[in-house]
Design a protein around this ligand. Structure first.
Ligand SMILES: [Zn+2]
Length: 349
């Protein structure tokens, strides 16, 4: 099969090679999926940078194939797998989970004691085929567009869990989205609007501010503006009920300051830094809550796919790159010149 193989660290064009490699065999409880589409995520850049540190799982040895999200068709199934046939259309839940630990039994598959992610703990979907556990397959009808499928993955699932389960947004509440142009951020705008929330988007440039408003944000704040002050001005000095922050770094303190008393801050990323300085008093004296919200559960994934299929959530794809031009997409990601998901198309050779 053709696969984008990571052979080194650093620049995407030098570190990734489109190679012919042996097509993997599925294990007894696995399925071999013929990949039709995938996406790019910031974690693909972290893999190229060989990012390590607190909270980051051990990197796989090279050579390796990245790619967390996948959709396509069932090619072959392992000996213990039943219910799946060659050609069945599927989209793949990106989290790896054991199914038997105390958290999995509670349905909290993304808190699994053996939790991992496709494309990190095993070879990923930037290839013509990917092996995944059969329990990760979600059947899909003909109705789901490639755009919707590009959004039925890790970024949107993270935003979905952060807003609906963890922060539990309610109609009429005001939401601040920090990093509103990325996969999680654009998903958060769409989900919050569909839930009847008012949305303030924080972005890094004027064209992204325009795009954020065009897809449903009520107001946008640009980098360089004092976030906390601007949010207070936009909310009559009250602050927002909920913030979702996938950026982290030194902007964190401003996000906390933008929260109303009792406000909830769902956090799901630290792309700008992992160790910001914060004021503990600014948090507890205003009854503010900071809530960790990584990838959603298997059940939440099904809900997300159902809502995308029903048109209840409108997807947002910035660009689609073919497998052999993945480094172009990664460069877009690296330079932050995108708004929405970057999809990868995989054509049959
Ligand atoms: Zn488990």
């Amino acid at each position: 099969m053709r696969a984008v193989v990571q052979v080194g660290y650093g620049d995407p064009a030098a570190s990734l090679e489109l190679q012919d490699v042996p097509t993997p065999d599925p294990g007894p409880e696995d399925v071999l999926v013929r990949v039709r589409g995938s996406t790019l995520n910031r974690k693909d850049l972290f893999a190229l940078a060989n990012l390590t540190g607190a909270g980051i799982r051990a990197r796989p040895p090279l050579p390796h194939v990245n790619g967390t999200d996948a959709w396509g068709t069932v090619e072959t199934a392992g000996s213990c797998v039943s219910g799946w046939r060659h050609g069945d259309r599927v989209v793949v839940y990106p989290g790896l989970f054991c199914g038997t630990c105390e958290f999995c039994v509670r349905g909290e598959t993304s808190a699994c004691r053996a939790y991992g992610v496709i494309g990190e703990q095993c070879w990923g979907s930037h290839a013509e085929f990917v092996v995944v556990p059969a329990r990760n397959l979600e059947p899909i009808g003909e109705g789901l567009s490639p755009q919707a499928l590009a959004c039925a993955g890790g970024s949107w699932l993270t935003a979905w869990r952060a807003l609906t389960t963890v922060a539990a947004i309610r109609t009429g509440e005001t939401l601040l989205v920090v990093g509103a142009s990325g996969g999680v951020g654009t998903a958060a705008i769409r989900i919050a609007r569909a839930s009847g929330c008012r949305v303030i988007a924080a972005v890094s440039s004027s064209w992204k501010a325009e795009r954020a408003v065009a897809i449903g944000a009520d107001a946008a704040i640009m980098a360089g503006e004092p976030l906390g002050e601007r949010v207070m001005a936009l909310t009559d000095g009250r602050g927002v009920d909920v913030a979702i922050d996938s950026v982290g770094g030194e902007g964190w303190r401003e996000t906390i300051r933008a929260l109303a008393p009792l406000g909830r801050m769902a956090i799901c990323g630290a792309t700008a830094g992992d160790s910001p300085s914060v004021s503990i008093r600014e948090i507890y004296q205003s009854h503010r809550r900071i809530l960790g919200a990584p990838l959603g559960t298997r059940a939440e994934f099904r809900t997300l796919v159902t809502l995308l299929a029903a048109g209840r959530l409108e997807p947002l794809v910035h660009a689609t790159v073919p497998l052999d031009r993945i480094h172009d997409g990664l460069r877009m990601l690296e330079q932050r010149e995108y708004f929405g998901k970057i999809a990868v198309s995989v054509e049959e050779a």
